[in-house]
Design a protein around this ligand. Sequence first.
Ligand SMILES: [Zn+2]
Ligand SMILES: [Zn+2]
Length: 473
Amino acid sequence: MVPFLLPPPWRGREQGNRPTRLSIPSPRLALLVLVLLGAGSATALNRERRADTSVKELTADVKKRLDTEYADLEALYKHLHTNPELSLQEARTAARMAKELKALGFEVTEKVGGHGVVGVLKNGKGPTVLVRTDMDALPVIERTGLPYASKVRVRDKNGQEVGVMHACGHDLHMTCWVGTARVLVSLKDRWSGTLVFLGQPAEEIGAGARAMLADGLFTRFPKPDSCLALHCDGNRPHGTIAYSEGLALANVDSVDIVVRGKGGHGSAPHTTIDPVVLAARIVLDLQTLVSRETNPTDPAVVTVGSIHGGTKHNIIPNEVKLQLTIRTTKDRVREDILKGIVRIANAAAEGARAPKPLVTQVPAEFTPALYNEPKLTRKTVALFREVLGEKAVLERPPIMGGEDFSRYGRAGVPVFLYFLGTIDPKRVEAAQREGADPLPSLHSDVYFPVPEPSIRTGVLTMSLAVLNLVGKE
Ligand SMILES: [Zn+2]
Ligand SMILES: [Zn+2]
């Protein structure tokens, strides 16, 4: 068995850390190069030609299949968008994903690590490739004005009414995932190996991947040789891809601080220890962790995203609660910042005669940095460049977002996550003009991906990426 679409060795040679361009200008030059490299012989050239034809033919076949599926996939996308479910509550969404896979002949196991879905399709000998989608939505009231906008309202764990919206594009991820499964099943005679299609819950709270791994994802089901995922990009034009080789996304930590004081009347501050003033001091002091204590070449973020205390104008409260998100790319920097938070909070409290604040790192919300395995990244990206064109595939530095897809990598499997452009190119261009408003980011109540052609590019790239990894007898 030879790996399918595997480029001949000389095609993927490294230039520093950057992937090389795959295609060669003409068959004549190809022959010359092969002879010069001693690979010689018409056999190698034929293999080369066959590989090129295979990419073209396969691309055409995937596109043809997509044409038949597209209307149905867009309808599925709109259905999912209108009916979002929060993290840990993805029951109906998971059931729909399971149904889609069962209809295609996958062996499906539900309720893996909560609402997780695992579909396995064995198709002869060959590598095992895992394709992951996330399934959860966010507590956001949608304001896109789209005809298929979500109107869902639910109560959160505090009893507050919140909106629910697929503001991170996980509905589009699921659609591309279903589309990819359909394409791969329809091309079953063209590849061999095992597919593991993973519907993951609770990505937004960093809990789903950990729960699925703890529930035996890599022991109860075939352990993959590689894992693939895509994520919507709210800044890039549709039809394009962005990626990072190696480090791609940051370590994410959540920290809670309870700033303690001594309450009393607002008119008599001298009889109190005011936790509001103390909290304000801590918020400002924390900013020096990045600006004064971290090496400027090591990216880091300390954001206080929530501050709550007090009930009324003239009452000094007993405590103020802070919620922080910490982003780092190196484990060492992460440790230093987490320790620094405790030191700064304690020192500020001591200066204010206040009791020690309660600083709690929330381990359940930790997400490790995502590392795109270089070999898998280069192999997949080389194919994307060939299929979409050089200009449509952008390598970019890591970003400070987080994704628990990283956990499959930390569990010992090479992983690759890429970003799928989802925005009308005209909007992207307009947003780049001087003085223009930036585009809404992911998680914004007005972010939306343009379904066509985003879904098409998602299904095309993911299907070809899998075909590039599985085998052919
Ligand atoms: Zn998100
Ligand atoms: Zn997301």
